[in-house]
Ligand binder design. Structure first.
Ligand code: IMP
Length: 435
């Protein structure tokens, strides 16, 4: 029996939703450990569509404990509306099955506003930094306040004095900043009133979640750590500054939930059979042509949270190999292979060329990342459909060759293969929980 960490190995949107749902059915506890409501996925269970962005996926299945770990930034208003929406759909959400870590930093309306103001300013001038293409949910500004030690945290919601003190500290930073940006200042009393109004809806869920995790460990319960976004959006290891504001890699599962690294037994990296990205930033294998548009159409590549079209390109084995090393990925779940059905030939990036030199890793410098050119290997495509395949013998030989070549290039085995959004359309090679 093992605990499993699920992370994205590319730029997010690798199809984690289905895999996490498949795994969470078999887990006892599901924990989110970073990010916030910038993530989004749709679960289809027995024909009912559930849209989640902040809550762990286990919430829609009965008998599981869901934990929002301390590494997550929580927007109380977004959380309550997500809970209310799920309750209307008949899902049980109560303090018995949902816990919010008491040391979570909170996202306030001023964070979302600042996120949007900065993105808009970046449109007209790069003085304030480049446009990132954020989800405008206030994720970055909330993490900034956390690291700057002025955040309002979930534990503060129990005390009027704590709320007032934290708001004063926050506004002593945000109001001068807003003045400088030409945005109206925040009225202290209005903000405090809004927070005090929402506080009693949040506090019943707020606990020392590390203790709950520790008890789960002692009771030998299966824990699934549910990552959001992807490795290339990691604030340290991704395409900085075009990244999200948290660590998205597997090691964050320990720090972002309050458990030891020894409790992370198996790391499953969700990997799309091609590459997509939303927002700005470098993307060496991007296809700005009919082939790229075809991938986008067949793969329904539109952002779940913002509705933006995703940029599409060939599979980048250099980048995914880097992600498997940084994240200690034990096996990958390869998704959306069927989107490649019917393509005569497929390209896979096996190295980069940087200023005339061949390199086998993605460099850290923003300028170098923008200059790298992909070196491709061409593989034969297949005309048959792989959609819904449930065993290796349902797959054409050339599709199996493509998968084997990817495994070789990224130096990591395929543990699961997903061939449609349906849960049953999955080929299991290695059960992560049985590691
Ligand atoms: P933020 O996380 O809203 O600050 O956005 C920073 C970058 O991460 C932008 O490029 C977003 O498009 C990207 N991003 C954030 N969340 C997701 C996600 O769930 N999937 C894919 N990209 C994301």
């Amino acid at each position: 029996m093992a605990n499993v960490v699920v992370i994205g190995s590319q730029w997010g949107d690798e199809g984690k939703g289905k895999i996490v749902d498949w795994l969470s059915e078999r887990a006892d506890v599901v924990v989110r450990f970073q990010g916030g409501h910038n993530a989004g996925h749709t679960l289809v269970i027995d024909g009912t569509v559930y849209k989640l962005s902040l809550l762990p996926s286990g919430i829609v299945r009965g008998g599981k404990l869901s934990i929002i770990g301390n590494g997550v930034v929580v927007d109380p208003w977004a959380l309550i509306s997500e809970i209310d929406r799920l309750k209307e759909q008949g899902v049980n959400v109560s303090p018995d099955n949902l816990i919010i870590a008491e040391n979570c930093a909170l996202i306030l309306p001023l964070h979302g506003e600042l996120d949007g103001v900065r993105e808009d300013a970046a449109n007209v001038s790069t003085k304030g930094g480049p446009k990132i293409g954020t989800t405008r949910r206030g994720i970055g500004p909330a993490y900034e306040d956390k690291v700057a030690r002025r955040a309002l945290r979930a534990c503060d919601l129990f005390s009027d004095t704590a709320i007032e003190n934290r708001v004063d500290v926050l506004l002593s930073h945000h109001n001068p900043l807003r003045r400088g940006l030409g945005v109206a200042e925040i009225n202290r009393d209005d903000l405090i009133a809004r927070i005090k109004e929402i506080a009693p809806r949040i506090t019943p869920y707020v606990k020392a979640s590390w203790r709950v995790l520790d008890a789960a460990k002692h009771d030998r319960r299966r824990i699934l750590f549910e990552g959001a976004q992807g490795t290339m959006l990691d604030v340290d290891h991704g395409t900085y500054p075009f990244v999200t504001s948290s660590n998205t890699i597997s090691s964050q599962a320990a720090g972002g939930s309050g458990t030891g690294p020894g409790n992370l037994d198996y790391v499953l990296g969700i990997t799309k059979a091609y590459t997509t990205r939303v927002g700005e930033g470098p993307f060496p294998t991007e296809l700005n042509d009919e082939v790229g548009r075809g991938l986008g159409e067949r793969g329904h590549e539109f952002g779940t949270v913002t509705g933006r079209s995703r940029r599409c390109g060939w599979f980048d084995a250099v980048m995914v190999r880097q992600a498997t090393k940084i994240g200690g990925i034990d096996g990958i779940a390869l998704t959306k292979l069927d989107v490649l059905d019917g393509m005569e030939e497929l390209k896979v990036c096996i190295a980069y060329e940087l200023d005339g030199e061949r390199i086998d890793y993605f460099p850290a410098s923003t300028e170098a990342q923008a200059r790298v050119k992909p070196v491709y290997e061409t593989l034969e495509g297949w005309s048959e459909s792989t959609f819904g395949a449930r065993s290796w013998k349902d797959l054409p030989a050339t599709a199996i060759k493509y998968i084997r070549r990817i495994e070789e290039l990224i130096e990591t085995p395929v543990a699961m293969l997903s061939t449609s959004p349906e849960r049953e359309d999955t080929i299991l090679v290695h059960d992560p929980f049985e590691d």
